[in-house]
Design a protein around this ligand. Structure first.
Ligand code: GUN
Ligand code: ZN
Length: 482
């Protein structure tokens, strides 16, 4: 296909990459702001100056527009929008899911998208609503897959066609859909029909849907999360392995007088000062913005700045290996996001295989940190420690006589030998005063060590305050208190 995707950095399931479509390059993670040609709150040329490398627009709306249809066909979208970055077009499927019926066929929309010079075009997939039963979900997926095949038949394997992943709320069908799309050779794969989940804050369900789709998709696929959304959820979505977002939120929120921040939004009236360094917010007060006839446009500009800044922050976090800190921070701004984060952590075993080996640091941020991939991977490494007859795991640094091996203890990881005290994650992890959760997690490490070393006798030495936890978490082990 005329699309390539190259990953250069990773953190958890998140990636920094380069999506190439023809001669154009989109660095990822990327946000494609949605452009409605009829309501140009911020023009694509202005967006380019603000940092946009790509935009998305709706081919169906353009194809039905007396004003823009002919111009788009004659000049092409890049000239119409005065934008030289990546222009993705959507097919009208979203209108289909909202209005139930649209007057365009799959062939018509993809041929139109090609004719207006779109860089990435989308077939007329069917966004199956979350309440659909299995039969409906399956039969709609079959129609979607047939339309992807039809698009490939019309344009050939080299055409930059997106392969949407549908499958409703059924993880097995989502996984199947992901495999089918990857097997068919699609490299740019949007995960569809998630807008209703995000609109109702169902982030835990969103995590299940995305993780199921990712399980089926090739790791080489560039993954787009259709219709996301609010910048507070980008970090979580990137951590799952989403690379591209498209968002109308900057404009929809502006229309309602709402001010975006990376951890939630405000109504303009609620703000006495602007907590933002962007040019708009530095140039006026909330009161002045409220009174301005240009209010919607100014808010949209601010909302876009915030959205781009969050994407840049995620980039830096991936480079540093600190994406967990950002996800943790963002997900604490709403209880439903925290639910999503906790659901995400249940996929530790899967995420562990993708995550990088070494990071700049590990900050303990509460009990959720015990389920991070670094902890799981460290505890998995305990299975490869050498056999020894008598092993002491010591919570303190006191003397130990009569043992063949002495390990120290660092929660939430577990036992470690002196030689590993400087290596990741033991040496780079910063933890506050020990709490029960992290000690319990560390004890799981001791148990893994004992279970995988059946000929070793493991003794734990700890202060009296930890004895009951150690006894409960490490059944059958000898526990000593100094
Ligand atoms: N925009 C938001 N969700 C969807 C989807 O599922 N499919 C398409 N084509 N566009 C969308
Ligand atoms: Zn601002």
């Amino acid at each position: 296909m005329g699309i390539t995707f190259e990953v250069t950095d990773k953190d958890i399931g998140g990636r920094i990459g380069k999506l190439k479509v023809g001669d154009r390059v989109l660095p990822t993670p990327a946000i494609l702001p949605v452009i409605n040609p009829h309501v140009p709150l911020v023009t694509p040329a202005e967006m380019a100056r603000m940092g946009a490398r790509g935009i998305i627009t709706n081919a169906y709306i353009i194809s039905r527009s007396a004003e823009f249809r002919q111009r788009a066909l004659i000049e092409g979208l890049h000239s119409l929008y005065d934008f030289d970055g990546v222009i993705m077009t959507d097919s009208g499927s979203f209108q289909l899911s909202v209005y139930g019926d649209i007057r365009i066929t799959n062939r018509e929309t993809v041929e139109f998208q090609k004719a207006v010079g779109s860089d990435i075009f989308v077939p007329l997939d069917i966004p199956t609503p979350p309440d659909a039963d299995r039969d409906r979900t399956r039969s709609e997926l079959a129609v979607t897959m047939e339309r992807l095949r039809e698009a490939r038949e019309i344009f050939g394997d080299e055409a930059p066609i997106a392969g949407p992943v549908q499958g409703g709320m059924y993880p097995d069908i989502r996984t199947e859909a992901g495999s089918a799309v990857s097997d068919a050779g699609f490299l740019f794969c949007p995960i569809g029909a998630v807008v209703p989940l995000m609109e109702s804050y169902r982030y835990a369900d969103l995590v299940d849907v995305v993780m199921a789709a990712k399980k089926g998709l090739s790791p080489a696929a560039c993954v787009h999360l259709f219709g996301a959304g609010h910048p507070s959820m980008f970090a979580l979505a990137v951590a799952m392995g989403c690379d591209v977002f498209d968002s109308a939120a900057y404009a929809l929120y502006a229309r309602e007088g709402r001010y975006l921040t990376a951890h939630g939004s405000y109504h303009l009236e609620e703000l006495t000062t602007f907590p933002c360094p962007c040019e708009v917010c530095r140039s006026m007060t909330p009161h002045a913005m409220m009174k301005s006839g240009d209010r919607e446009r100014l808010l949209a500009r601010h909302n876009l700045h915030v959205t781009f800044a969050e994407i840049d922050r995620i980039h830096q976090a991936i480079v540093d290996g600190t994406l967990y800190d950002l996800v943790d921070e963002r997900c604490r701004s709403h209880p439903m996001l925290l639910r999503g984060y906790r659901q995400f952590l249940k996929y530790g075993k899967t995420l562990e295989t993708a995550d990088r080996v070494s990071k700049r640091r590990f900050f303990y941020r509460g009990s959720e940190s015990c389920l991070r991939t670094e902890v799981l991977r460290y505890q998995e490494s305990l299975t490869r420690f050498p056999e020894n007859n008598r092993i002491l795991v010591s919570f303190d640094r006191g003397e130990a006589k009569g043992f063949d091996a002495v390990y120290f203890f660092k929660p939430p990881f577990g036992p470690y030998p002196q030689e590993m005290s400087e290596t990741f994650p033991i040496g780079q992890s910063e933890i506050p005063d020990w709490d029960e959760e992290m000690v319990r997690s560390g004890c799981r490490g001791i148990t893994i060590l004992a279970k995988t070393h059946p000929s070793s006798e493991v003794t734990v030495r700890c202060e009296p305050r930890w004895v009951s936890i150690v006894t409960a978490e490490c059944p059958g082990m000898k526990v000593m208190s100094p």
